[in-house]
Write a protein that binds this ligand. Structure first.
Ligand SMILES: [Zn+2]
Length: 326
């Protein structure tokens, strides 16, 4: 395929794979119709890439991939000339400098790679609401991909131990329990007198044993789900005959639906026998109350189809791309 584009944000980083170390650079580009797509470059191309925000990138012979959304990968035949002297490039630049409607941007790539230089702050949240079945059937979070999606779910159970004693300095989430009562940040010693607690909640959604999904949520999103600050919950738990267990039970039995922004990635770990395991980890980044009951009927999942390359024809059709994030 042939296209030119203007850049948003990102940087070149070293990506380590088992076999060898490869250089990987990911950039976000946008076309005149507001489609934002991720472009991936490797090795020497990643190393020498010097594109900047607002420049035009001409993407030639890229590989269209569908992983959650659509991304443009590169092969040996792919070329990325910057600021090409073509008519479409001038038109794109004009469109970009005239000011485009940011709210109308359509992100058609889903998530980003762990080592690609893009971060969640440079990416828009995908507004898609997915069901658990759709998430399971997708490739979201597989391999080296970090993906984001929304779910509307209620809570079916809590794992034991939902709070930990944290550093008392504002904005610090370090666990004091892990570090023998001190924060590893030097300036955070001594600790303030008043003890602080934060959430690290493991919870499940779904009733059917085979269809349960385990998610984790930390403060402050955890406060949204529990409906009380962690320090308050800790005091309840520490005092006999308080409503602590009752409160958790109420959350489960109330059936309250939460809208959750979830980050999914694959975690690799070794067991005691040195067997390597990998598992998908679902981490709730933000939570909002949704509806009290019957939310599943109200959730609009039409046109979601995670793995469907719905926009791919659009991608191929466009002659120009703007580099948005470099
Ligand atoms: Zn600290």
């Amino acid at each position: 395929m042939r296209s030119a584009s203007v850049a948003l944000d990102g940087s070149t980083q070293q990506a380590s794979t088992k076999q060898k170390s490869r250089m990987l650079c990911e950039v976000q580009v946008v076309d005149k119709e507001g489609h934002v797509v991720r472009v991936t470059m490797w090795n020497s191309r990643a190393k020498i890439f010097s594109g900047k925000h607002g420049q035009v990138l001409h993407v030639m012979n890229s590989v269209v991939e569908h992983r959650g959304g659509v991304t443009l990968n590169s092969s040996e035949k792919t070329e990325f000339p910057l600021n090409p002297k073509i008519e479409e490039a001038d038109e794109l630049k004009q469109w970009f400098t005239d000011g485009f409607d940011e709210a109308a941007l359509k992100h058609i790539s889903c998530g980003y790679s762990k080592e690609g230089g893009l971060t969640s702050t440079t990416l828009e949240e995908l507004p898609k609401v997915l069901t658990k079945a759709q998430v399971r059937a997708s490739r979201l979070g597989h391999g080296d991909c970090i993906d984001y999606f929304n779910m509307v779910e209620n809570i079916s159970g809590f794992q034991e131990g939902i709070m930990y004693q944290s550093c008392g300095f504002q904005g610090c989430r370090e666990s004091l329990e892990k570090h023998k009562g001190d924060c590893p940040v030097k300036e955070h010693t001594p600790q303030p007198d008043e003890k602080q607690y934060k959430y690290k909640i493991g919870f499940t959604t779904g009733e059917d044993e085979n269809k349960v999904m385990l998610l984790t949520v930390f403060s402050p999103a955890g406060t949204m789900i529990i409906g009380a600050p962690a320090t308050e919950m800790y005091k309840m738990e520490a005092t006999p005959n308080t409503q602590y267990m009752k409160k958790l039970e109420e959350i489960i039995t109330s059936g309250t639906f939460h809208k959750l922004l979830v980050r999914v990635s694959t975690r690799h770990w070794m067991d005691v026998n040195n067997w390597e395991h990998c598992e998908l980890q679902y981490h709730v980044v933000s939570a909002w109350p949704a509806w009290d009951t019957g939310a599943s009927e109200e959730v609009d999942t039409s046109g979601v189809g995670v793995d469907e390359p719905a926009d791919v024809n659009n991608v191929n059709k466009h002659a120009g791309w703007l580099l948005l994030d470099v």
